[in-house]
Write a protein that binds this ligand. Structure first.
Ligand code: SF4
Length: 434
């Protein structure tokens, strides 16, 4: 489909159509044609006399068959279609090997800087004062640049959750920025303005701040501190060895619990350190078709679960995040299969918590996703502007997902805390009101 041909086509059947009206109808035609794999010229039945209102109603009904009837018009988001082929994601598999490594002068003698020098001898190494802007203008080239730095500010904070969502009381530590996986829904592709991988070399200094901090327990029996907001917690652990600092630190602080959140199977450091009851290694999991189609370069579900079984055997607890849940034909069976696979992989009493969250994204992220993954299927669902300005499935669709998955997970993991992530308090109340 050539999107540039949509506007001339619309003008040919509705001469004089204004710019904004064209924008809305053009977006609807594009999204329907892409979702259904049809020509955009075949969507509006020929022989009709079309005007803007009639065409928009017809197309909204076709684009949002589940939600059209009960949704106020202002919740359908129909921005101008702006596709830039230069933004398309590079999905060629390659090992992580940065071309340029910047090292901040103050950490040039750190163990991490030395390790990186040994691991990537063919990279170009540059010392910096920490103020230089590093990285590529293209997000897809972010792994070409590695920046070893001294983190000074943004290390420990309460989870920002989402404005007005029901929080769970999570506390976050920041173990770097950037990832080498390519999940189609990843918020970093819109959020990260420095297109590089940043790894702090002063995690020891940062961990020392934990002792003086006060924490919110939220939904949990002990304060829960986790990593994995701006990067996958373990994806670079064979390089950083952060787990070898973090596990011994938390072993001495049983009143706290720490969570690594990952899709990787990079568990060598954890296995060498030996397990700790208050260290939880959590895997993000999904229906297998979603892992295959939208979580590029990540290990399969069975590889993730084999790693989970190993860390549990070593004495850690595990956790799972069903996030983001995607609605498609047959989602129920596929997610039930994933839940069953979890239950077969690890003993239920070793699963500390399970979160469930449906796909949500900002308007800016939608634009990035449709540019980077032109043939991606995630955006084919019915997403509406929601209570916090993000886009989500309708309340009714989300409640259906949660009312299906939460009881199913509770049956398989009766003693595990199962909670909803970044949800509207009203949806949470409805889910648990039966
Ligand atoms: S694993 Fe996490 S941080 Fe990495 S690309 Fe996927 S969603 Fe983003």
């Amino acid at each position: 489909m050539n999107p540039a041909e949509i506007e001339p086509y619309l003008l040919s059947i509705m001469p004089g159509l204004g710019v904004n009206k064209m924008r809305e109808l053009g977006r609807l035609l594009y999204e329907i044609a892409k979702r259904d794999g049809v020509l955009f010229t075949s969507i509006l039945p020929p022989g009709e006399k079309w005007n803007f209102e009639k065409a928009k109603n017809y197309l909204l009904k076709k684009r949002y068959p589940v939600n059209y009837k009960n949704t106020p018009r202002n919740r359908f988001y129909l921005p101008k279609l702006e596709l830039d082929p230069a933004l398309e994601a590079d999905l060629t598999p390659r090992p992580f090997y940065p071309k340029t490594v910047y090292i901040e002068e103050s950490v040039q003698h750190s163990a991490l800087a030395k390790r990186v020098e040994n691991l990537f001898p063919r990279a170009k190494f540059l010392l910096t004062d920490g103020k230089t802007q590093v990285g590529s203008p293209n997000f897809s080239r972010r792994t070409d640049t590695l920046f070893i730095h001294r983190e000074k500010y943004d290390f420990l904070k309460p989870c920002p959750c989402s404005c007005a969502a029901a929080g769970c009381g999570y506390n976050l530590i920041n173990l770097g920025f950037g990832c080498r996986f390519e999940c189609e829904y990843c918020f970093l592709q819109q959020y990260q303005n420095l297109h590089a991988v940043l790894l702090p070399a002063n995690v020891d200094e940062l961990l020392a701040k934990i002792d003086g901090a006060s924490f919110n327990k939220g939904l949990f029996e002990r304060p829960r501190i986790g990593s994995g907001e701006f990067t996958d917690s373990l994806v670079f652990d064979d390089i950083t060895h952060y787990s070898r600092q973090i596990v011994p630190f938390f072993k001495k602080r049983p009143h706290l619990q720490f969570e690594f959140k990952t899709k990787s199977v990079n568990i060598g450091g954890l296995l060498e350190e030996g397990g700790a009851e208050n260290v939880v290694v959590a895997w993000s999991v999904n229906a297998e078709p979603i892992i295959r189609q939208a979580e590029h370069f990540t290990p399969s579900l069975s590889e993730r679960l084999a790693a989970a079984a190993q860390v549990v055997q070593e004495g850690y607890r595990t956790a799972f995040h069903f996030d983001p849940v995607i609605i498609y034909d047959g989602w129920q069976q596929d997610y039930a299969r994933t839940a069953q696979a979890l239950a077969e992989a690890v003993p239920a009493d070793k699963v500390a918590w399970i979160s469930v969250g449906t796909l949500r994204f900002s308007r800016e992220l939608k634009k990035m996703m449709e540019n980077r993954f032109v043939n991606g299927r995630l955006l084919d669902g019915e997403f509406l502007l929601d209570f916090d300005g993000k886009m989500r499935y309708s309340d009714a669709q989300r409640v259906e997902v949660y009312r299906y998955l939460v009881p199913l997970l509770k049956r398989l993991f009766p003693k595990t805390q199962v909670y909803l992530c970044m949800e509207d308090p009203a949806v949470v109340k409805t889910v648990y009101s039966v």
